[in-house]
Design a protein around this ligand. Structure first.
Ligand SMILES: [Zn+2]
Length: 315
């Protein structure tokens, strides 16, 4: 250390005493290149770290598209992912110690109840929107903006009649140490049209021999056609990570144990894809009202089955 110092002092004096031969050589001429080299090394290292991060996030988007691919390549063409290709980012979070919350006590909380109706299947809270039940023209639900801290993006909308249930559920999860973030909620038909048109364009690029209609049919195996997705109702949300990896997370476990208390059900369960026409989506929750959510879970019925069950005169 001391020697280095002496060396640099000696060098300083030496360079100062050195006669100038036309070319100007300022003091510390060897120190500056060393500093530049060190700075370059630091920049290269930081660059390498950033590149590694970009590559790993590319991996996760590759996962999304590979799961999209699987819907069409396994031959189950009728089964669609509601949320694939939504272009909306995922939010991940990790909690160290988490309680799965208190299970339902069996009591219906009146704040999340929708009340009696002679024909509940005709009410807003049991409305089915799907390929078999496209949205009617002029559908215009009352909407409110989801509290920013609960949502991944600003100005995300949800049905005004159920937004308190949604926000109370997210707050209750937070009390149990579980972070739920809404990454997708109400979608306009125009937005779904954009997503669908994007998909058709990509299909036609990959298969130039297809007619427009054939390309649309192929696109529809992966992206729901405008007017046929549940997000149009304003009653559906996706939480945190719209990918199969959502399964088994603390959010997944908490929702399975608690969502029905707030009137929400997992809309596209694993064993119901033949009926819903949608691949299992553990992250996609739908408001139906607390009494119906409880009943659907007890009976192990998805919304299509439950509506048929009610229409058949059961209560
Ligand atoms: Zn969804």
């Amino acid at each position: 250390m001391e020697n280095d110092y002496r060396d640099s002092v000696r060098e300083y004096h030496y360079s100062n005493r050195r006669p100038q031969h036309g070319r100007k050589r300022p003091g510390g001429s060897k120190v500056i290149p060393v500093i530049i080299i060190i700075l370059l090394l630091i920049i290269v290292i930081i660059g390498a770290i950033l590149l590694a991060k970009v590559l790993s996030s590319d991996d996760s988007s590759a996962n999304v598209s590979s799961s999209e691919m699987s819907t069409s390549s396994d031959g189950t063409n009728a089964v669609v992912s509601e949320d694939a290709s939504s272009g909306e980012q995922s939010v991940t979070s990790s909690e160290s110690s988490v309680s799965s919350g208190t299970a339902s006590s069996g009591e219906i909380d009146s704040r999340y109840s929708v009340g009696e109706s002679d024909e509940p299947w005709n009410e807003w809270y049991l409305k089915i929107v799907s390929a078999a039940n496209p949205l009617e023209e002029g559908f215009d639900p009352p909407l409110s903006t989801i509290t920013q801290s609960y949502a991944a993006y600003s100005s995300m909308k949800f049905d005004s009649r159920a937004i308190d249930a949604l926000e109370d559920m997210i707050a209750a999860a937070a009390e149990d140490g579980v972070t739920l973030t809404v990454i997708s909620s109400y979608r306009t038909i125009e937005r779904q049209q954009e997503l669908f048109d994007d998909k058709v364009r990509r299909v036609m690029l990959e298969n130039p021999s297809l007619s427009r209609e054939e390309a649309e049919n192929l696109a529809a195996t992966e992206v729901t056609r405008p007017g046929t997705g549940e997000h149009h109702t304003g009653l559906a949300v996706d939480f945190n990570l719209a990918e199969t990896e959502f399964e088994g997370t603390v959010q997944d476990v908490w929702l399975k144990n608690n969502a029905e208390r707030f009137g929400f059900v997992n809309r596209y369960p694993k064993n119901k894809q033949d009926i819903t026409g949608i691949i299992p989506e553990a992250w996609h929750y739908r408001f139906v009202g607390a009494e119906h959510a409880k009943r659907m879970n007890e009976l192990n019925l998805c919304l299509e089955e439950y509506v048929d069950y009610l229409k058949a005169g059961n209560r």
